[in-house]
Design a protein. Structure first.
Length: 127
């Protein structure tokens, strides 16, 4: 197991991003947390983790960004730009939320992106 990221969420759980997906550990008991749908999903390598103000957790992976919504127990793969196919390569290494609530992502392809909503990229930039 290759661990890429560790994240402490608003419920004081530890999210572990690794080459096989994500695991969640209760920070008090160190027991695994069962979020019903997570163990059955095939999520690629999780390199970065970010929780939004509304509680959603974004997972930056070697094949794009996934959003976990615990309220309705759903995982969604976010699409990239409007005219780009869903299967385009997006090796996401980092996610950042600025003070205005914008979400930024950085990739291996010398690109970074700005999300305007949780499902649509506003703009992709070359570095």
């Amino acid at each position: 197991m290759r661990i890429y990221s560790l994240f402490n969420d608003s419920q004081n759980r530890i999210w572990i991003g690794y080459n096989g997906g994500v695991k969640i550990i209760d920070n008090k008991t160190f027991d695994p947390v069962n979020l019903a749908i997570l163990p059955s999903l095939r999520i690629p390598a999780v390199k970065t983790i970010l929780q939004l103000k509304d509680g959603q957790v974004l997972l930056g992976t070697n094949s794009g960004i996934y959003s976990w919504n615990e309220r309705n127990l759903s995982m969604t793969k976010l699409n990239s730009e409007e005219n780009e196919p869903d299967n385009s390569p997006q090796d996401v290494n980092c996610l950042y939320a600025d003070k205005s609530g914008n979400i930024w992502s950085g990739t291996d392809g010398q690109e970074f992106s700005l999300l305007i909503t949780i499902t649509v990229f506003l703009k992709r930039f070359q570095v």
